[in-house]
Design a protein around this ligand. Structure first.
Ligand code: SAH
Length: 253
C-alpha cells in the first residue's frame, strides 16, 4: 500500500516545488507528504503547482527536524544526485521498489513504515542526514548533468514504486525479503538513534573515540549497523552490552 510510504522533503526552498511534489505523488496514488522545516509553507505557489492535489498539501505533516519525521519508520531511504565521501549501499529506483515491495502488497503491508527522503534544491541532503538512512537511491542520470528537479525526482521514485505494486502478483514467486521473513519487528529509526548515541558515549568512556578528533568512526559504525537492519531485540541486546560496559568501567575507576 502506498500509504505505508511517506515522502519527506527536507528544507525545501521553493513552495512551487512542494506543490509539484504533491501533484507527482497524487498521480501515482501516494498520500503521505512530510515536510521538514520548509522555507515557505503553506503558500499560494504550492497550491497553484499542485494542480488540484491540495488534499495532500492540507494533510502534509510539518516537522522541525528530519529525525522527528522518520522516528517511527523501520526503513529510511535517502536520495542523492551524486556520490558522497563514504559510500553507502546505493540502489536505483527499480531496485528500491523491489526491496520495499512487501510493504506494497496488501497482506504483508501491515505496520510497515518507510520514508523516502529528498534534499534541498541547491545542495541536496547533508552527509549527516544521509547517514540516518539505510539505503541511498540514485536515479542513474547523466553524470555530467545529474541533478533532477525535486518534483521530477519524486515522480521517478513514485512511478517505480507504483509499477512494483501493480506487478506484485506477477512477481509473487520472487517476493523480496525486507520485513517479511523475520520473527521480530525491525527497530525504528528513533531506537537506532538512541543506540548510536549510547554507542558513541560508551566509545568515549572507554577512550576508543576521541571527541576532539572523531574522524569518520560514527558514520562508519552507523553504516555497519544499518546494513544489518537490526530488529528490536537485537537493539536491546546491543544496548545491554553498552550498559554493562559502562557499569564495569565505573566499578574499576
Ligand atoms: N545539487 C544537489 C541536488 C539537489 S536536487 C546535490 O548535489 O545533491 C534536489 C533533490 O532531488 C535531491 O536532494 C534529491 O533528493 C533529488 N534528486 C535530484 N536528482 C537526483 C538523482 N539523480 N538521484 C536521486 N535523487 C535526485
Amino acid at each position: 500500500m502506498t500509504a505505508n510510504i511517506r515522502i519527506v522533503l527536507v528544507n525545501t526552498t521553493h513552495p512551487g516545488n512542494i506543490g509539484g511534489v504533491a501533484r507527482a505523488m497524487k498521480n501515482m496514488n501516494f498520500t503521505e507528504l512530510h515536510l521538514v522545516a520548509p522555507k515557505k509553507f503553506p503558500h499560494a505557489e504550492a497550491t497553484a503547482r499542485s494542480s488540484g492535489a491540495t488534499d495532500l498539501l492540507e494533510r502534509a505533516v510539518v516537522h522541525a527536524t528530519l529525525e522527528e519525521a522518520i522516528a517511527d519508520c523501520q526503513l529510511v531511504v535517502g536520495t542523492s544526485a551524486r556520490g558522497r565521501h563514504i559510500p553507502w549501499p546505493v540502489v536505483d529506483p527499480r531496485e528500491l521498489a523491489a526491496i520495499v515491495a512487501p510493504a506494497l502488497v496488501t497482506e504483508q503491508s501491515e505496520g510497515k513504515k518507510i520514508a523516502i527522503v529528498f534534499g534541498r534544491e541547491d545542495r541536496g541532503l547533508t552527509n549527516e542526514e544521509l547517514h540516518l538512512c539505510h539505503h541511498h537511491v540514485h536515479i542513474p542520470s547523466n553524470p555530467e548533468f545529474s541533478s533532477l528537479n525535486l518534483a521530477a525526482a519524486v515522480q521517478v521514485l513514485t512511478y517505480e514504486l507504483r509499477m512494483a505494486e501493480l506487478y506484485s502478483d506477477a512477481n509473487a514467486e520472487h517476493k523480496p525479503q525486507w520485513g517479511t521473513d523475520w520473527d521480530i519487528e525491525l527497530a525504528e529509526s528513533a531506537e537506532l538513534e538512541r543506540l548510536f548515541e549510547h554507542l558513541e558515549q560508551t566509545l568515549i568512556d572507554i577512550r576508543f573515540l576521541d571527541p576532539d578528533n572523531p574522524r569518520q568512526l560514527m558514520p562508519r559504525l552507523r553504516r555497519l549497523y544499518l546494513r544489518a537492519l537490526p530488529d528490536k531485540v537485537e537493539v536491546n541486546v546491543l544496548r545491554g552490552i553498552l550498559t554493562a560496559t559502562q557499569k564495569r568501567l565505573k566499578e574499576h575507576e
